[in-house]
Design a protein around this ligand. Structure first.
Ligand SMILES: NC(=O)c1ccc[n+]([C@@H]2O[C@H](COP(=O)([O-])OP(=O)(O)OC[C@H]3O[C@@H](n4cnc5c(N)ncnc54)[C@H](OP(=O)(O)O)[C@@H]3O)[C@@H](O)[C@H]2O)c1
Length: 327
């Protein structure tokens, strides 16, 4: 089995080192910014040399993982004398393999090995690792080696081209980081009716788990529930006016997410095109929605039918039909 080494003994480096070591893959050397982090990792795997420099790791290992923060990877790579016959990978989701160009120029095989998982601390990282997907960038024979390592870690893999990496990472930000943001927004609303964030978290967690179970078991679009899935215009209107009173910035987020949810509701088939158009108007232009309802004006793609395509419009606070004007 390939002899591995780690430069950067943080959460990801330590979790990967332990995961590989437990499956019989030797972890022969580790270095970090501080000696204490390297020593800590080395204590968790047997026969691992604690190194004072990244170069010592590169000299001892056949496959080197650079598991430093993203911003440091290129500098660490530049600082090492690489040679033909060895391999070096980084674990960044945002950067392509190109940041390892100095190693490639020296004849080393280069790759990236990104676990699509969230690692808040080492214990939790080790627990979350099995079943994770790894985004791989490399040429053969390194690519096959990396695929084998994902199997050792009970993971799956997806192969990416350098140009895919930025959108791949943006997708991960939506699915992981912004989910945290959405939960925080929900918790803040619970504070308004006097429930602490701790209690609210306890209340919302089963809902979050149920949602994830539904995504897993039922899948998109049928797992979507709620007022947009049902086309409940009155409920959405109520949310908009309550949020407008409480926090205009939250209102913007609610409307944008609602607009992004309408195509899922349509695909589920619980709402028809007409209801979807009404929701688009309500979420995109609530004032115009109110006007249409009171005056019986037809709605089409979020704009009044009598306005030319492409022209912006607004609803004045005045009365009568002249209140619809292009600007
Ligand atoms: N955390 C995640 O959820 C996650 C998930 C997937 C991929 N990743 C990727 O994994 C990589 C590491 O992220 P992380 O979250 O594990 O970071 P981390 O916990 O902050 O660990 C980074 C480690 O790098 C060390 N370091 C910093 N500068 C260094 C240098 N110049 N030379 C050598 N070591 C240095 C630090 O050492 P000291 O402890 O000695 O100061 C630290 O232990 C990143 O590329 C990240 O994108 C992270």
């Amino acid at each position: 089995m390939v002899k591995t080494g780690f430069i950067g003994a943080g959460t990801t480096g330590t979790a990967l080192a332990i995961g590989l070591f437990q499956k019989g893959c030797p972890v022969v050397a580790v270095s970090s910014r501080t000696l204490s982090s390297a020593q800590k990792l080395a204590r968790l795997v047997s026969n691992c040399q604690v190194c004072h420099t990244a170069q010592e790791v590169a000299d001892a290992a056949e496959l080197v993982f650079i598991t430093t923060p993203d911003d440091v990877i290129a500098r660490v790579c530049r600082g090492v004398h690489w040679h033909e016959g060895q391999s070096v990978v980084h674990c960044s989701g945002a950067h392509s393999v190109d940041i390892l160009e100095p190693a490639r120029k020296s004849g080393a095989a280069v790759g990236s090995f990104h676990p699509l998982q969230t690692f808040a601390d080492v214990d939790q990282a080790i627990e979350n690792l099995p079943g994770s997907t790894f985004a791989l960038e490399a040429e053969e024979p390194l690519l096959s080696t990396l695929k084998k390592l994902t199997s050792l870690l009970n993971g799956n893999w997806v192969e990416l081209k350098p140009g895919d990496k930025v959108l791949y990472h943006a997708a991960a930000v939506f699915a992981c980081n912004y989910l945290v943001t959405l939960v925080k927004l929900a918790l803040d609303l619970w504070l308004d009716f006097g429930v602490s964030s701790k209690e609210a978290t306890r209340a919302l967690l089963p809902l979050l788990r149920g949602t994830i179970n539904n995504i897993d078991n039922i899948g998109l679009p049928n797992c979507l529930t709620g007022p947009v899935a049902r086309g409940d215009l009155g409920t959405i209107e109520g949310h908009l006016s309550a949020l407008e009173a409480r926090s205009p910035s939250l209102l913007t987020t609610y409307k944008e997410l609602g607009l992004q949810t309408i195509p899922i509701a349509l695909a589920k088939g619980q709402v028809n095109e007409r209801k979807a158009e009404e929701m688009k108007v309500l979420l995109g232009h609530p004032e115009f929605f109110a006007h249409c309802h009171s005056e019986g004006v037809p709605m089409e793609s979020g704009r009044p039918k009598n306005l030319a395509q492409g022209k912006p419009w607004r609803v004045s606070k005045g009365v009568g039909d002249s209140s619809l004007r292009s600007e």
